[in-house]
Design a protein around this ligand. Sequence first.
Ligand code: NDP
Length: 489
Amino acid sequence: MTRQFQHVIDGQSIAPDSGEWIDSVNPATGEVWARFARGNASDVAAAVAAAVTACGRPDWRDDSANRSAVLHAIADLLDQGFEQLIEVEVNDNGKRIREVRGQFAGLGGWYRHFAVALADLQVEALSLDQPGVSARLELMPYGVVGAITAWNSPLMIAAWKVAPALAGGNAVIIKPSEMASASTVMFAELLAPVVPKGLINVITGYGHEAGAAIVAADDVRKVTFTGSEIGGSKVAATAAEHVKPATLELGGKSPQIVFADADLENTVNGVLSGIFLSNGQSCVAGSRLIIQEPIRDLFLQRLQERVASLRFGDPLRDDTDIGPIANKPQFDKVLAMLDRAKQAGAKVFAGGHAVKVEGFENGYFIAPTILEAVATDSEIWQQEVFGPVLCVRSFATADEAIRLANDSNYGLAAGVWSGDADFASSVASRIDAGTVYINHYRSVSACAPVGGIKKSGYGRELGPNAIRDFMQEKAVWHGTAPLPNPFQR
Ligand code: NDP
């Protein structure tokens, strides 16, 4: 039976004003399993009104102890774990249940971190360079924040936005991807008992309708966006038109630089997890392998052996290694990019094709793919695939490796693998990326900022400034000496 997911506005489940719905297809089966409300400007206006009221309440805006208590309550509720939420996510975007379980087990932790961190939001005295005055620095919430998220990890991406935004005294309107909205709707419904009404609203629908209406709404004072370069650029343009800040977390083409002295097995594990663990559908996917010549053949052989042993199948099963690509447009996009790469001269070392899986013949499966002889100016080397495609080039010297790594319009993440920690550290300092991992890959922490440079976006999430990024500074001046008559002759 097709399940139905409505908006969540002011703590209530609300049908779309349009009366229209968007089908969601289970990527493992190719069948419609759910439908989402098709949000429009009228739905957005209702959510904005609820959010304005909610974040204007003094017991929210001015009471950080209450905000902390609400965030702790959200964390406690999420820690209970919700098996039905996990299954819904797997049906929606095809992520393997083991990964979803791991991600959801950590959800409470993001909210708890910010429940504690907001204690650091102290009013600061400013030391001024003038006599007769003193001043202090206060932080004010923006008010209503629009949070637009991608389909690959909807609830984790939302947590990175919602938790610090609430900690800072804002209310949020989340617009999940129309490809995977179910978990975000359920999340808001499950939290209703512990979250004051109107603080977390969810409007589902298309980006160009519901998403654009959120960004354009006057009372939405800040936008935080995770998604593609194209979507981000549209959001930034609309935000600029309406004079509001936007944080953009966009795509990447992250390099993995492997030096000949790297620990072979450890590095194989890191490179595999970087690109194939989520079918490459991760913003930090390590999609460009830049490997030192002496170990190239051995390393590729080890990668190929490991890839050949992976099991395709039902993403709901714990023993599945490779599930489907998250949706049909993405499946088609990856295969089309592979075709063009082959035509451009890339050699297929592994994979390179769609896969039929028994019992899931209509699913969107693609074999983990390794491509060699990839030209540095080719589409497949330069553009984000957001799929299970690893492109390989070899190098002789560190300078050459760094040049290859930095020759990209993106700059989200990178990996450096070497047995010499000091040397690897010096290489990491020369990489243009928001995050560089040394002999490690993919970890995230609420304590470390996440974000990109160049076309990977601007602004940061998480890290020490995460809550302040959802607040504005206010200088409050006090006169401490009598003022002279300004017109005294
Ligand atoms: P999209 O840019 O297509 O969509 C992202 C979100 O933006 C969706 O909710 C989408 O809605 C919405 N949207 C699209 N156009 C507009 C618009 N004009 N106004 C407002 N909202 C809009 O990205 P994908 O969902 O395809 O996600 C994949 C991308 O996300 C990849 O590039 C990936 O690298 C990036 N990503 C980045 C991360 C990071 O932290 N840097 C983390 C995860 C993913 P709808 O889908 O309903 O149209």
